[in-house]
Design a protein around this ligand. Structure first.
Ligand code: PA5
Length: 482
């Protein structure tokens, strides 16, 4: 049972829908709510309004992420904003030796996905020629970890020394500081530590670019600093929440520094958005995904979702999805103020790695999970597993197939075993791991969250729960100074 789009993207929901799973009768029962959800999502797309959504200051706030795939002069992504990104791209290629992307939560997780998928694990170990002229990329600000930050400073100082000795030139580091609010402790503390250390390090040339809320009436700290210091700025506009920001300058600035195909990424998102405009649930992957998972939770107690792509470089996609699902749908109150304590708990996994760690629990633990697989159909590189030790019969038996075939055989076996033991699971299939298909998948998951927020009647676009610890942490930090 599969919903397949013209792009080749497919949602196989056969192990989530049918006898002993979410049934046709269930969908029938929820049909009015699903129709209403579709009307609300259509309204959001057309007007930017979502019923009951308020910013953390309690003011009405638009929800505009569904505008991002459409590049036009009146939109958040415009020909002018893309031209500004191209300038960054040219500068990064011509001038930067290293870029440090500083951010946390929504200002980090999507960027890490783009980096992992496009660059892979060994990017920074390659020569500049092998990287096609693009700079090395590092991440920071995603924790307040003194050891890692010190290690990063030492590493960059060493690189600068090597540049001096071998190339007799300075080592240029771009600090790409990403914070919508412009004052997040984790990001800004790392920025200040790195800025001070690197500006005092011999042979390092430090440049800064700031990605923050552009509102000139209520300047963020970061925006103010950027204006004072003359740093170039990029925008996280009003109406774009952190976890939906990979399609705006948050993700696109990093994309510009690695040669990631921005137009294709946005085209994938746009074509997915167009595909999801139909009210026919069997042709609308975002709506179908939301409805099946919502009902699986409400009627069958499946209130955990394991995001399990098969492939190492997609692990960060699971981590990005954790934030998207957790912050959007984990809500104590519905929009009428009734206590509902809604939300599926997300778990990150990766195949085949976690088949040797988590699968025991998925297969035999509490009947409370949906395992969501992601499969890449065509890998750009594949290798035959050779029969190099014919004398070792068990090894000979696993040879003669490609690694991609073995990976998919493992996934299929996992799905079949789970299904045989009444474990709900589903599959998103991407024809290949391109910017286009990644854009389509990340957008579909974002839109699906909007649908599920409507079905559960919770505000999917706020995160009041993260304020609780922040209120306690401020005074605690202040007390430390005394
Ligand atoms: O989704 C969110 O809103 C959060 O995860 C934020 O992205 C995160 O807290 C970082 O915030 P900021 O970009 O303001 O530094």
């Amino acid at each position: 049972m599969e919903l397949k789009l013209a792009s080749g993207f497919a949602f196989d929901y056969g192990n989530l829908f049918g006898e002993g799973k979410v049934t046709a009768a269930d969908l029938e029962e929820y049909a009015p709510a699903i129709q209403q959800a579709h009307a609300a999502v259509t309204h959001m797309r057309q007007t930017g309004l979502v019923r009951g959504h308020l910013s953390k200051d309690g003011a009405p706030e638009p929800v505009l992420f569904s505008q991002l795939p459409y590049v036009s002069p009146e939109h958040l992504n415009s020909p002018a904003s893309l031209a500004h990104l191209e300038e960054l791209s040219r500068w990064a290629r011509d001038e930067a030796d290293a870029v440090v992307s500083l951010g946390i939560g929504g200002s980090y997780l999507g960027n890490k996905v783009l980096f992992d998928v496009h660059c892979g694990e060994f990017w920074n170990l390659q020569t500049r020629e092998q990287r096609d002229g693009w700079p090395e990329i590092y991440f920071s600000g995603n924790n307040i970890d003194p050891r890692r930050t010190s290690d990063l400073i030492c590493h960059l100082a060493h690189k600068a020394q090597v540049a001096k000795t071998h190339a007799k030139r300075p080592f240029t580091v771009l600090l790409l500081v990403i914070s919508k609010s412009g004052g997040t402790l984790d990001t800004m503390s790392n920025f200040m530590v790195l800025y001070e250390a690197l500006t005092q390090t011999k042979n390092v040339r430090v440049q800064v670019a700031a990605v923050t809320d552009p509102d000139e009436e209520h300047l963020t700290l970061l925006k103010k600093l950027a204006m004072e210091k003359g740093w170039p700025t990029y925008r996280v506009p009003d109406g774009i929440g952190g976890r939906f920001s990979v399609f705006c300058d948050v993700g696109l600035t990093l994309a510009a520094c690695i040669g990631f195909d921005i137009p294709e990424f946005l085209r994938g998102a746009r074509e997915m958005d167009e595909a999801c405009q139909t009210e026919n649930i069997w042709q609308n992957p975002a709506m179908l995904n939301a409805a099946l998972k919502f009902i699986a939770g409400e009627k069958y107690g499946r209130d955990l979702e394991v995001m399990m792509p098969y492939g190492d470089y997609l692990k960060s996609l699971s981590e990005w999805y954790i934030q998207l699902l957790a912050e959007s749908l984990g809500k104590q109150y519905d929009r009428e103020g009734r206590e509902v304590c809604y939300g599926r708990t997300p778990l990150a996994a990766v195949g085949t790695t976690d088949m040797h760690a988590q699968t025991q629990q998925h297969q035999e633990g509490k009947l409370n999970k949906i395992v969501q697989f992601i499969r890449v159909e065509q890998w750009p590189e594949d290798r035959m597993i050779p029969n190099v030790f014919p004398e070792a019969a068990p090894l000979a038996a696993i040879s003669g197939v490609t690694m991609a075939q073995a990976l998919e055989a493992a996934r299929q076996s996992n799905a079949e075993a789970l299904t045989a033991n009444h474990r709900f699971n589903a599959l998103f299939s991407l024809p290949e791991l391109s910017a286009y298909h990644l854009g389509a998948l990340m957008y579909m998951l974002s839109l699906s969250i909007a649908y599920e927020g409507e079905l559960a009647d919770v505000d999917a676009f706020n995160q009041p729960g993260v304020e609780a610890y922040k209120k306690l942490m401020g005074p605690r930090l202040a007390a430390l100074k005394h």
